[in-house]
Write a protein that binds this ligand. Structure first.
Ligand SMILES: Nc1ncnc2c1ncn2[C@@H]1O[C@H](COP(=O)(O)OP(=O)(O)O)[C@@H](O)[C@H]1O
Ligand SMILES: [Mg+2]
Length: 347
């Protein structure tokens, strides 16, 4: 955001002083003219008429000067601002106002114009993010839906042998799971981003929660013959268990997904004074440094061979949750060797 601009007060004073000087000069002329008339004639009626005419002329001149002053200094910028805010209200965020003065001579209207420019720019950015998000979600919805449609059709074939039927049914189950994962991730992300009602924090047995989460991956780990090494301290802390579960589940799930057969995964939970450190280390494909800076973005997936098993929202969600809980997350990795995610919470 742009820093608040300093308004040029000196310029405003110059305007006010010049206006008063002008009025003073006009009054001086009136007095001099009055003296002149008095000297030339003693016809009271004529003097009265002349003074009246003089006053009328002077009032018109002052009103005219004030009218022009208001037109140029107030009405013109106000009209410019109103037309811009009107366009923004109609959803046109391309509006950019050019201030009337150079930066060092800004008045209040120039500052308002600059602020409107920043507002329009930020609203425009949000609009792009929203559109990108909607198109990403739609794309992610389409893929499993197409799978479901085509396999459901294939299942209608009565001549299928039971093995193929089972295979198709499994595909249907995994595609619908992908759909429901996507929908729940989007819902949680939406809740976190809108900072709506936050779940209550409660005294949580973190060790038990982590153990339960890891257990859910037992079967996959066994199938891939991955060695799981756990080292947990007994940790109890005040936190939001459903949020913590998101962190544990996503990091363990990624480690399981990106580690090839016969690999090893180390999951640690350590308490060091007020710090609670959770880490997941795997011997998977690793992440290059260019990719490393993008893995927390929504829908980002570096490894296309596993893209069917996720939607790129997991780490975005983890980052949001960790930020929300006041923690920190870091990643270190070596391509082809493995990755370690470390999450630190402060008790
Ligand atoms: N443990 C890991 N090892 C290697 N790459 C990883 C690991 N965790 C995450 N990544 C990379 O970060 C990307 C984003 O992860 P995530 O947001 O969880 O999405 P998803 O798991 O749905 O692909 C992954 O697609 C992958 O490229
Ligand atoms: Mg994931």
């Amino acid at each position: 955001m742009k820093q608040k601009t300093k308004i040029n007060k000196r310029k405003a004073w110059v305007g006010v002083v010049s206006f008063f000087l002008l009025v003073a000069i006009i009054m001086q002329i009136t007095i001099l003219t009055y003296d002149f008339i008095i000297e030339k004639t003693d016809n009271v009626a004529l003097i009265a008429v002349l003074i009246l005419v003089l006053i009328a002329i002077l009032s018109t001149v002052i009103t005219l000067i004030d009218y022009i002053r208001r037109k140029v200094m107030i009405e013109r910028p106000v009209r410019k601002i109103l037309s811009a805010t009107g366009r923004i209200a109609k959803g046109d965020f391309s509006v950019r106002l050019v201030p009337n003065h150079s930066y060092d001579k800004y008045d209040e209207f120039d500052v308002i114009m600059e602020d409107i420019n920043v507002l329009a720019q930020e609203l425009g950015k949000n609009e792009v993010l929203k559109t990108d998000f909607v198109s990403n979600v739609s794309h992610e919805l389409k893929t499993p839906l197409a799978i479901i449609q085509s396999y459901a059709k294939s299942l209608q074939n009565e001549n299928l042998d039971s093995e193929t039927r089972q295979k198709y049914a499994n595909t249907l189950v995994s595609a619908s799971k992908r759909l429901s994962d996507l929908v729940s991730n989007v819902l949680i992300l939406n809740k976190l981003e809108n900072q709506g009602i936050k779940p209550q924090s409660e005294k949580t047995n973190v060790t038990e929660l982590l153990a339960q989460t890891v257990l859910q991956y037992e079967e996959v780990l066994e199938n891939k013959n991955i060695d799981l090494v756990c080292d947990f301290d007994d940790v109890v802390m005040q936190t939001i268990p459903s949020y913590l579960e998101i962190v544990f589940a996503n990091l363990v799930s990624n480690a399981t997904k990106f580690t090839p057969e016969n690999g090893e995964i180390n999951v640690k939970l350590k308490q060091e004074n007020e710090k609670i450190i959770f880490s997941v280390k795997d011997t998977g494909c690793g992440i290059s440094s260019e990719v490393g800076s993008r893995i927390f973005e929504k829908f980002f997936q570096a490894d296309s061979s596993h893209s069917q098993q996720g939607n790129g929202l997991g780490l975005a969600l983890v980052k949001k949750v960790v930020d929300n809980l006041g923690g920190e997350i870091s990643v270190s990795s070596q391509l082809g060797k493995g990755t370690t995610f470390v999450v630190t919470f402060f008790n």
